[in-house]
Design a protein around this ligand. Structure first.
Ligand SMILES: [Zn+2]
Length: 191
């Protein structure tokens, strides 16, 4: 399921234009202008490297409200790709990602290495690599491993640190090449 900015704009713009026409039928120019009025929205995109799926330009928050259908689409995209289990991703984490993308002057399109992880998946990863926390916030939908195409990983890491919105891990090794962000307590580490 996908929700584009254009679809939502058309809906809200159409409704607003209609309402204005009803109130002021002689105001010819106003409906056209209102139709172009941008919504106050928070938009995210994900390129999920493990599934090859892309979720583009999802307005997950519009005019002060989270959009349930958009959140469903995000939960699905950020599922545990090993088991296909879907889990609600924290809106606080989405807001963190959105703010991070904005601070870096990007269009908030993230390459995603890991979103939700089921307890089984996390335990298996912990067995293989003790660097994977056994109580990882990935299991609560409160963490994401990300990068931003075309941007230095170090810049992403430092910006996430400066925001002080949760934990930040730096994994610059070419085999990893991601920054971990979560909404737990403020802390930092380098993998
Ligand atoms: Zn992580």
């Amino acid at each position: 399921m996908r929700f584009s900015r254009r679809t939502l704009l058309r809906t809200a713009g159409g409704a607003l234009a209609y309402a204005t026409l009803g109130l002021r039928s002689r105001a010819v120019a106003a409906p056209a202008l209102i139709g172009l009025m941008p919504l106050n929205a928070r938009t995210l995109s994900f390129d999920c490297t493990n599934t090859g799926e892309k979720l583009m330009n999802v307005d997950y928050w519009v005019e002060g409200k989270y959009v349930p259908e958009a959140l469903d689409a995000i939960d699905d995209a950020l599922r545990d790709y090993r088991t296909d289990e879907v889990y609600p991703i924290s809106t606080k984490l989405l807001d963190l990602l959105y703010q991070l993308g904005r601070e870096l002057h990007t269009d908030c399109c993230f390459e995603l290495t890991s979103g939700y992880r089921s307890p089984e998946t996390n335990a298996a990863l912990h067995e293989l690599d003790s660097g994977v926390a056994s109580n990882s916030l990935h299991m609560k939908g409160q963490a994401a491993d990300i990068s931003i195409p075309g941007r230095e990983l170090r810049d992403l890491y430092e910006m996430a640190l400066s925001m002080r919105m949760g934990g930040v891990g730096y994994y610059p090794d070419p085999d990893d090449d991601f920054v971990h962000v979560d909404i737990g307590r403020v802390r930092r580490w380098e993998g």
